[in-house]
Design a protein around this ligand. Structure first.
Ligand SMILES: NC(=O)c1ccc[n+]([C@@H]2O[C@H](COP(=O)([O-])OP(=O)(O)OC[C@H]3O[C@@H](n4cnc5c(N)ncnc54)[C@H](OP(=O)(O)O)[C@@H]3O)[C@@H](O)[C@H]2O)c1
Length: 300
């Protein structure tokens, strides 16, 4: 990795943006090259990951030592209607990155999801727990993990869950809007997991890069914020922290039908990543408080 650069894909997404914001904090020696499917923003280079030649050229010509893949097809319900489109980004394009990494002896840090599990467990999922995705998005993300493993590149796969940030479309922003507008609201209580602030995951990824020995710690890891809650608990916390007085009540998943099935339980066991990289992880409620503070300071 000495004197080699760090390529970030999906740099305009929730996680990619936080990596851009925090990249300088860790004193990492390599130069960051931020990319996304369209340029649009300052400092972002265009790289469509589905374009194999472009990916190979970006990794080789950019003298890339580490690739952080934050790009994905993340619309879970839309993936049910067009699994091929989801697979093209979440699997085929990931294979392109993995092969480019293998050919250039680069480390791939790839982000995956709790939706690779069926949600029938009642204790936190460890990295070696059996996978069985309940929806198309989960299937394509699992296929992406397998493509990485089959490529033979050096890789760290980080499964995360319930990602939110002050930017982009996410549950926190939706609940802020709805609890601000409505007198009452029902939210599902029979899906349990852990919210993860994108800034916390970005910090963990930067700590892994700064660790300097990540190449010798390859494999699958789980990262979410600390704690456990249902979407209902999460919405109640948003309502309270925002100072809204919406009556938030619980409902069952059947009362809120969606195209994609969601796991009832997707808590991830984080002991492996904490011990391998010495990470200390904030509780979801603390991070949510910070995020809502940023949103209200900026009148978002
Ligand atoms: N969001 C969640 O709740 C959640 C939960 C678990 C795991 N994850 C995983 O966490 C990672 C980061 O998620 P996120 O929420 O930050 O995603 P996001 O906000 O949807 O950002 C993904 C970015 O990737 C870009 N992209 C799409 N197709 C691309 C392509 N062919 N080439 C290059 N870039 C492309 C997107 O551009 P467009 O917007 O133009 O498509 C977008 O800027 C993903 O791997 C996701 O699967 C997310």
């Amino acid at each position: 990795m000495q004197n080699r650069n760090i390529l970030v894909t999906g740099a305009c997404g929730q996680l990619g943006r936080e990596l851009r914001r925090l990249a300088d904090v860790y004193g990492i020696s390599g130069r960051f090259v931020f990319t996304d499917i369209v340029q649009g923003e300052d400092g972002i280079f265009e790289l469509d990951m589905t374009d194999k030649e472009a990916v190979l050229a970006a990794v080789k010509d950019g003298n890339i030592g580490i690739v952080v893949n934050c790009a994905a097809y993340t619309n879970v319900d839309k993936a049910e209607e067009d699994e091929t489109a989801a697979a093209s980004v979440n699997c085929d394009a990931v294979r392109n990155l993995a092969e480019a990494c293998r050919e250039n002896s680069s480390l791939l840090i790839h982000v995956s999801t709790d939706y690779v599990f069926d949600g029938n467990a009642c204790v936190p999922y460890t990295e070696d727990a059996e996978t069985a995705p309940a929806n198309a998005y989960g299937r394509t993300k699992l296929a992406g993990e397998k493509a990485v493993e089959e490529s033979g590149c050096k890789a760290i796969i980080i499964r995360t869950a319930w990602l939110y940030s002050p930017c982009g479309k996410n549950f926190v922003k939706t609940m802020l809007k709805l609890t601000g507008e409505r007198d009452s609201l029902k939210v599902v209580y029979d899906q349990v997991g852990t919210p993860t602030c994108a800034a916390d995951l970005a910090s963990a990824i930067l700590a892994i890069i700064a660790d300097g020995n990540a190449e010798n710690k390859t494999g699958i890891y789980h990262y979410t914020d600390e704690g456990v809650c249902s979407w209902y608990d999460f919405a109640v916390a948003v309502n309270e922290l925002a100072g809204h007085d919406c009556a938030v009540g619980p409902c069952r998943s059947e009362e809120y039908p969606s195209k994609a099935l969601r796991p009832h339980y997707s808590v991830l066991d984080k002991r492996k990543i904490k011990s391998a990289f010495g990470l200390s992880i904030p509780h979801w409620r603390e991070s949510l408080k910070n995020c809502i503070g940023i949103l209200s300071d900026n009148n978002i």
